[in-house]
Design a protein around this ligand. Structure first.
Ligand SMILES: Cc1cc2nc3c(=O)[nH]c(=O)nc-3n(C[C@H](O)[C@H](O)[C@H](O)COP(=O)(O)OP(=O)(O)OC[C@H]3O[C@@H](n4cnc5c(N)ncnc54)[C@H](O)[C@@H]3O)c2cc1C
Length: 297
């Protein structure tokens, strides 16, 4: 196995163009497991650790530009206000050691349906910037990034450069069901983001379908119900029947399998529970923020 160590982004793109089968390695928390278990024996490893720009982030007016290799710990410590859903999801990844190494680019590269970043990225609204030497960069909307079980939209000569994520304009939540509190692969996971500026909600479901998905029917239902009922202006409590219908539609969007971690029936049920709870938590936060502003006025 040859080890390629580009010193710059341009060198990395050139190496990937020359060796499209080369396997990029960032934190190595997925790649090294696969190599150690002999699930993968690539001809070339492409080490991205000398490329500074992959470990940088920038907070802009509307978006955060998150370098592909920014470790989860940095997201938790520095981007909690801008990306609360992703920060909460980062907190649930493995252990401090893994969170110091692993990042969102690696999670996207692996594209496991159980990856914790995915529901938060889907709910917040993200675009993945990928680049190749031959064709330059292109932006892939997160909804189009996951193409199958552990498959993504990357071409063999492309690398993930940056993830562009909308800054939170309202409350966000993330939760994960597992057999214990740390070092656990999700049995299923759910992320929710309220976007008061556009009066919309977005969801993300993990580990309950072949790919991470949004519950679009549930979003459409809730968007219409909140609009028709004047909930965004009044901040009034969401009725139990709306919350139940939303939860049922989220549960129905899941398309899980039975496996060692849980049954399909349990996963569907748990997705509904998480959806209802998160709607309650985020809406309370939204109402609370409204009341504080009114009180201050
Ligand atoms: C003990 C343990 C516990 C874990 N627990 C969790 C957990 O709770 N939740 C969770 O989501 N994950 C978990 N993981 C998996 C892993 O930590 C995450 O998927 C992490 O985000 C991977 O990031 P990385 O930088 O280490 O990726 P790497 O292992 O370096 O790479 C992962 C994949 O992405 C590709 N890749 C990396 N960077 C790029 C790039 N810039 N462009 C193109 N392709 C790229 C690699 O080629 C590879 O296919 C765990 C892993 C271990 C070992």
């Amino acid at each position: 196995m040859d080890f390629l160590r580009p010193a710059s982004w341009e060198e990395a793109l050139a190496a990937k163009a020359e060796h499209p089968t080369a396997v990029p390695i960032a934190g190595g928390t997925d790649v090294m497991v696969e190599i150690n278990f002999d699930h993968r024996r690539p001809e070339y490893l492409l080490d991205l650790n000398r490329i500074e720009l992959l470990r940088e982030w920038e907070v802009g007016e509307e978006n955060v530009r998150l370098g592909a290799s920014v470790p989860y710990t940095q997201i938790m410590e520095n981007l909690r206000a801008e990306l609360p859903g992703l920060a909460l999801a980062s907190h649930t990844v493995a252990s401090p050691q893994i969170r110091n190494r692993g990042g969102v680019g690696g999670n996207l590269g692996t594209a496991s349906p159980a990856g914790d970043a995915h529901p938060a990225l889907l709910a917040a609204g993200a675009e993945v910037e990928v680049e190749s030497q031959a064709r330059g960069s292109r932006f892939i909307p997160i909804d189009e990034f996951y193409t199958g079980v552990k498959r993504n939209a990357l071409q063999p000569d492309e690398l993930i450069k940056t993830v562009h994520i909308k800054k939170a304009d309202g409350p966000q939540q993330y939760s994960k069901v597992g057999t214990r509190n740390a070092m656990v692969i999700a049995v299923c996971a759910f992320g929710l983001a309220l976007h008061p500026e556009t009066r919309t909600v977005r969801t993300g479901i993990g580990s309950a379908a072949p790919t991470p998905i949004r519950a679009k029917e549930a979003e459409n239902f809730l968007n219409a119900a909140l609009e028709e009922g004047g909930f965004w202006e009044s901040g009034k409590i969401i009725t139990p029947s709306i919350a139940k219908q939303f939860a049922d539609l989220c549960s129905g969007a899941a398309n899980p399998i039975d496996d060692v971690r849980g049954t399909a029936k349990y996963r569907r049920h748990a997705v509904g529970i998480m959806a209802r709870r998160q709607l309650g938590w985020t809406w309370e936060q939204y109402r609370g923020a409204g009341r504080t502003l009114e009180g201050a006025a």
